[in-house]
Ligand binder design. Structure first.
Ligand SMILES: [Zn+2]
Length: 86
C-alpha cells in the first residue's frame, strides 16, 4: 500500500522514501520488574486506529520524526520532530 508522508524538513514524499520503526513506547521505570521489561521489549499495542510512530526519512534528509497515523486507513494526522526524552 502506498501513501504520502510529510517529512518535517522536506515536505510530502511517497512513503517508499521512509523507514518505519514502530510505535512509540514508554521505557519502564529505573528498576523494572522482569514482566515490565519483557513487555517493553517484546509486546506492542498494535492498535486499529490512531497510533504514534517513529519514522525516518531514509532516502531523503535522514531525519527521525514522529507521525500520528490511522493504521486502518494510513491517514497521517500529524508529524513532528521528537522532543528530548521522547
Ligand atoms: Zn526529509
Amino acid at each position: 500500500m502506498s501513501f504520502v508522508l510529510a517529512c518535517p524538513h522536506c515536505g510530502p514524499r511517497p512513503v517508499d522514501e521512509f523507514a518505519y520503526s514502530g510505535e512509540v513506547t514508554r521505557r519502564p521505570q529505573s528498576s523494572p520488574t522482569l514482566r515490565e521489561l519483557t513487555d517493553y521489549v517484546y509486546f506492542r499495542d498494535n492498535v486499529a486506529g490512531r497510533q504514534r510512530e517513529w519514522w525516518q526519512h531514509r532516502q531523503g534528509c535522514g531525519e527521525w520524526f514522529l507521525a500520528e497515523r490511522d493504521t486502518r486507513t494510513n491517514e497521517i494526522i500529524s508529524v513532528s520532530l521528537p522532543k528530548p526524552g521522547t
